[in-house]
Design a binder for this molecule. Structure first.
Ligand SMILES: C[S@@+](CC[C@H](N)C(=O)[O-])C[C@H]1O[C@@H](n2cnc3c(N)ncnc32)[C@H](O)[C@@H]1O
Length: 218
């Protein structure tokens, strides 16, 4: 990750943001798109499987799938505040023995991270400039399923992100948002041997679940 985006993530996803996300999650549960991704995974009975949650934030996917019976989860997040809050929540929920946390850019850490049955990137590729490398490294680590929530690449989202990035530039933030072409995402996943088994869209987001061709169903 270019250093400016690294610094941007660290400053943008700070302690206040992490605490407020955790408060919302405790009060209302996972956000809608996360819930949709979770439902698509749970429908495939993930009991005893392993999870790698990249950019997991406060850990909604990890906590919910542990509740649903997965064997263990690994979280990799580039924000130290999110990693801290997520680790604290793991202890509060009493499943610290089933969850491992790594702090850093997944692209840099991927070689040292074990493969998992299920890999998730929930609203993560839009925070990263080099979506190709992030997705390629993610597919290498996914033995069965790869789930994503990412923004649709139409004009309305592009215009909104342009405005948001203008605001960030004016506030002198190093953080930027990215709308990556849908064809890039699907091309990388299909090229890596995955086929789409779930798709849901709202005005802003798309929720997709891919299955590795030839892998046994969960
Ligand atoms: C918008 S938040 C989403 C958090 C959570 N997945 C959710 O949907 O609530 C994006 C998260 O991705 C993380 N992130 C972005 N790029 C990353 C990368 N290359 N490696 C690890 N984490 C990354 C950020 O630190 C942040 O926690």
């Amino acid at each position: 990750m270019p250093c400016s985006q690294c610094r941007g993530i660290e400053a943008f996803f700070d302690d206040n943001e992490a605490r407020s996300e955790l408060k919302n999650y405790r009060k209302k549960g996972p956000r809608n798109t996360t819930r949709q991704l979770l439902n698509a995974i749970v429908e495939r009975d993930p009991k005893d499987k392993t999870l790698l949650d990249i950019g997991g934030g406060v850990g909604a996917i990890q906590h919910e799938l542990i509740k649903a019976g997965i064997r263990s989860a690994v979280s990799v997040d580039a924000s130290s505040a999110y990693a801290r809050v997520s680790l604290d929540e793991t202890v509060v929920r009493g499943h610290a023995d089933r969850l491992t946390h790594h702090l850093g850019d997944f692209v840099d850490l991927a070689d040292s991270i074990e493969s998992a049955d299920i890999v998730t990137l929930d609203r993560v590729i839009c925070c990263y400039d080099d979506a190709s490398r992030l997705l390629e490294r993610s597919t290498e680590r996914a033995t069965r399923m790869l789930g994503l929530v990412y923004p649709r690449d139409g004009l309305p989202n592009r215009a909104a992100v342009w405005l948001l990035n203008l605001g960030l530039r004016i506030r002198r933030s190093d953080f930027r948002l990215f709308i990556h072409p849908n064809t890039l995402v699907t091309g990388i996943l299909e090229g890596a041997g995955f086929r789409r088994v779930h798709l849901r869209k709202n005005l802003i987001w798309q929720v997709v679940l891919y299955e590795r061709i030839g892998s046994q169903r969960l």
